[in-house]
Design a protein around this ligand. Structure first.
Ligand code: DX5
Ligand code: ZN
Length: 218
């Protein structure tokens, strides 16, 4: 089953609750929340306060993508705020094993994220400990960027790692996902598709979600 995770980064923040209800009714599976600190990435977004505020608005899992330095400092606050998944970047975590286990100790599913250029080998000794691998298909920081196709072989490689080790780990892709690129990612082995502008820039969000699903069923 392929899951669709609309990224609220492209939503209208003045009406965030309604924007989340809209995609939930439109058939979304997760709500993707992009946290940026202005250090790890050149943009600043939201913190635990907003996660806490949106928690009662939806029954869907909150898939929180931490694009921040020193994530260990904030994991307890995001867990308390109601995150269901917390994903951290390999590039921001010198003690990745400790960070992943800190997330799990808080009863939250743990994800590890790779930037487009970061080799998949970086996670071979942590993949058995995580619930999700997120492969960035753009350089993180902004919505509406162009998909980087050189990530496709990395999706296949992560799928192979998971199969070889007989694990149950989700493979998520994030950045530039539309009907065309969604199909390529699903064919390569991704099973969670983050989409910001492809969903929120459309008036009819249910139709946008259907268009994504239709692309890989065909
Ligand atoms: C990028 C974020 C993405 C972003 C995706 O740094 O991690 O989640 O919202 O936006 P689109 O789908 O527009 O590329
Ligand atoms: Zn994201």
């Amino acid at each position: 089953m392929i899951k669709i995770a609309p990224s609220i980064l492209s939503a209208n923040f003045a009406y965030l609750g309604e924007e989340i209800r809209d995609v939930e009714q439109g058939g979304a599976d997760y709500i993707h929340v992009d946290v940026m600190d202005g250090h790890f990435v050149p943009n600043i977004t939201i913190g635990p306060l907003v996660v806490e505020a949106i928690r009662p608005v939806t029954k869907l899992p909150l898939d929180v993508h931490l694009m921040i330095e020193q994530p260990d400092r904030y994991i307890p606050a995001f867990a308390k705020a109601g995150a269901d998944y917390l994903s951290v970047h390999v590039e921001a975590c010198p003690h990745l094993h400790r960070t992943i286990h800190l997330i799990k100790e808080h009863g939250v599913k743990a994800g590890v994220v790779l930037n487009p250029h970061t080799p998949v080998e970086m996670i071979q000794h942590i993949i058995a400990d995580v619930d999700l691998v997120l492969l960035m298909t753009v350089n993180p920081g902004f919505g509406g960027q162009k998909f980087i196709p050189s990530v496709l072989p990395k999706i296949r490689q992560v799928a192979e790692f998971i199969k070889e080790r007989n694990l149950s780990v989700e493979i998520e892709v994030d950045g530039g996902i539309n009907a065309e690129t969604a199909r390529l990612c699903v064919e390569a082995g991704a099973n969670v598709l983050v989409a910001g502008s492809a969903i929120y820039n459309e008036q009819d969000r249910a139709a946008a979600i259907r268009a994504l699903r239709g692309s890989y069923k065909a």
